[in-house]
Design a protein around this ligand. Sequence first.
Ligand code: FAD
Length: 811
Amino acid sequence: MKTHTRVVVIGGGIAGCSTLYHLTQEGWTDVVLVERNELTSGTTWHSAAQVTNFGMNQTMVGLKTHSINLYKDLRDDLDYPVSYNHGDGGIRLANTEAQMDGYRHFASMARGMGVEFEVLDAQECARRHPLISTDNLLGGLWDASDGDIDPAQLCQALARRARKAGAEVYRNTPVTGLTQHKDDSWTVHTEHGDITCEIVVNACGYRVNEVGAMMGVHHPVTSMEHQYFVTEEIPAIRDAGHRMPLLRCPISDYYCRQEKNGLLVGFYEQDCHTWGMDGIDPHFVNALCPDDLDRITDVLEGAFERMPALTEVGIHTIVNGPITYTVDGAPLVGPIPHKRNAFCIIGLRAGLGEGGGHGWLLAQQIVHGEACYDTWCIDPRRFTGHANVEFTALKAIEDYQNEFRFHFPNEHRPAGRMAKTTPITPILEAEGAEFTVVNGWERAEFFKPSAGFHVTHGFHFDESFPIVAAEVDAVQNAVGLCEVNGFNRFEITGSDAASFLDRMFCGRLPSKQGRVGLGYMLNTHGMVKAEATLANLPASDRGPDRIWYGSAAAAEYHDMDWLTGHIGGDEDVQIKSLTNDMTILVLAGPKARDVMQSVSRADWSKAAFPWLSVRECFIGFAPATVMGVSFSGELAYEIHIPNASLYAAYTALRAAGNAHGLKLFGALAVDSMRMEKGYLHWKADILTEFDPFETGLDRFVKMDKGDFVGKAALLERSKTPPKKRLVTLVVNDTTAAAHGGASVMADGKVVGTVTSGDYGHRTGKNIAYAFVDAAYAAVGAKAEIDILGKLVPAEVTEPALYDAKMEKVRS
Ligand SMILES: Cc1cc2nc3c(=O)[nH]c(=O)nc-3n(C[C@H](O)[C@H](O)[C@H](O)COP(=O)(O)OP(=O)(O)OC[C@H]3O[C@@H](n4cnc5c(N)ncnc54)[C@H](O)[C@@H]3O)c2cc1C
């Protein structure tokens, strides 16, 4: 066994084998995999191993396409052909129009990745799958490339290719401990000796948290028991003359594929069980959980009704095994939060279909620092402090119970709610707030007109539309108050803070004290990594000279790791997170100044506190730090308040606002208004797949300043004109937004992808942002957007449709 190597991958299931293989493909061949038993002896060996191209965003579709192409290549390898039934086709069923809309949207989204799904009616579903009935069926989504693979052969083939390229695999070698050294390298302790390495990868399946504990980490991953059975031969299948397509059923929560001449049927029962939460028997190897078919009788009934042939055939085998879930159903693939040189590829609940792609994207991240797609949807840092053992289990159960029922836009499910709240959450609830969830934080989405009011979730504009319009109207014509909790807030101090941030950001920082600026950080490839508001605060009784760094709530761990990872050993820079201690109240609208003036003794005149100013003050007696910034496009104040004083500040503002027609507004109103201004959302419109010029952030890039992270790469990129550009489009439809992912079409081809879409209530326009081919990016260019299966005309406009001259925010 080697005693030193570059990367040690721990775990020899599909996750580990795929990572090892792809590391060698990216050029790192001094890499090893250590496995406690034999390869595939965790979950992988007993997987139903279905391989679909279906995904709910373009990164997932792209990585699954990679899996499929890789698996085809392995199937065709004459030296070691892998058994892969590619192209049986698969149908996702639906019995509601809202689900059908979802499929239409996912088809539009996948088209941009070169993948064609078909939306079928019920009769066509039955024609393609002769065993199903059309009762209670509206139709389905057809994935022509669906199929299944032999999981053990797949892993052996990947390990074989990795070995050929120079990697080594040590079987029957349990990892017993991990030690990190001062230079961030690791020693991996195994039962057969130590291996030192630069980087470790946790690919330990359901034992993820045994290995996580060795580095002091709890990963938000829970295992669930999951069962399928395989039937005896079914004559209709034997005689069909073709393989049966796969089925996935959100109506009755099961999947089904052909196995030999019978069917393999897997179930997602409501009465589901977590597994191994209090520890896992060390001898649970190549093992299964006890069968428990009683648990699935509710689901089974639905499967019988859809496929009557199932009632006439015996069960040959039952498999019940642990399968890992995370908080949102997607895996954790990427850097482990707050650790250096440590990555994970865990929480895979569809690891056979996705594993080829996940290993590919992880290897790229390890070797190049970033993957070819933006990987935020699988980034381990997207869950933060609230994602503890109990919370994760609740969300895992909920996700399992809803396996094939995708979330509708703005749908937030009930498990694990109120994970992060502020002192005014109950007050806002009493005011009628409907809450959305951002990084665990409960944020008011809009304010309901009555207790019994609810929206019908779907892809069209819903009952909240006029309510949001009224909230926007109050902000535009009077004044609105909105709580923005969980906004990521770091306090950066130290004698090198300014020079450090200057190096991190591609633009100029607010060098004058009392001023605020917006800035962007790039990765080493010159692509946009992060966005932050920087406020330069002078020393006061509340602290020394300091810079407040504010970014999206979801960015808490991501931004902290990126910043701290760049502080030089000799730099005097301290970064402290205030995210859980402070909350923002946004006061916005033409009367905002009057309200401020009546609750605070400071001078809030335009001359004393112009746009982009910051100052410390009091709201009533509550200490506050106020910034003159606006995401709505109206005159606005961002009021940062310690949570202990939040209630006092809120009541003072509410009381003062009464005289000026103050109304509460929520996140949907904010979204409507920011789209009219051309303002962007991190990880919707700001992605690592694009540089700042493509993203339209030219004015935030100062190539004439000193060196900054990503400058050399950006310089190189800027030698050729951008291929894509982020544009604003006005969409000629009043029934539905252009949801993120929808394809923009022109000249009979896909020319772009929507990143955000919403209705602008002040302008009366349905607005979309999209990255489009540069040739279609000019103002006035015409295109069509595939919205829920209809090609809707759209036109490129200037980015800001509302107050382009910025007169209101500066007023
Ligand atoms: C019943 C069932 C049906 C499924 N059907 C499908 C399907 O149709 N399609 C699909 O895509 N997915 C399916 N899945 C999910 C899929 O099987 C998993 O996502 C996948 O196998 C997970 O692979 P993994 O490599 O992450 O974990 P594992 O396969 O569990 O691999 C982890 C490895 O790490 C090793 N390990 C653990 N601790 C240590 C240590 N201390 N030192 C060294 N090694 C260690 C283990 O021994 C194990 O070999 C199914 C799962 C189940 C249970």
